[in-house]
Design a binder for this molecule. Sequence first.
Ligand code: GLN
Length: 184
Amino acid sequence: MIGVLALQGAFAEHVKILDKLGYPHKEVRTKRDLVGVDGLIIPGGESTTIGKLLEWEDLADEIKKRAGKDLAIWGICAGLILIAKEVDSDYSLKLLDVNVKRNAYGRQLHSFTSSLSSKKFNNLEGVFIRAPKIISTGKDVEVLTEYKKEPVLVRQGNILGSTFHPELTEDTRVHEYFYELASS
Ligand code: GLN
């Protein structure tokens, strides 16, 4: 069962894709909602807000306890900021060994779409919205996809992080890949 963290941000788009793929899924808002979930999508949105709500709902400790073990995680954009070990923000769950810089594309490239180079997925398109950059990756982190030679989709065990938004395209392959990670 895939859970979509539904506290703030772009969760509805993920739910739509999971519906389309026919994968069992539910929205997660409280600690109790996490029961039976094998993979949690932490969507894009506003990382500071989502971080505060995670603490409020008592979800943070439960996620930290299970992440990388019986709970696969996929953080997208703000979700990636929330799971990064090192980040220029006050709050993080510190689950994925990467260093991330928020809003790193500056003003003129606030939001853009570009084709990506990926050893895993052919012709993958990236939608970036006030995206962070992955500045460095730890030794156990595999880079799956790059934009201009910089990592934009990475994996460490069953934890996935992307700076772009696959839920805003028709391409469902990253969701399918996460489903496999969560099911294995
Ligand atoms: N800039 C946002 C933040 O720092 C992330 C943007 C997004 O998730 N699309 O939280």
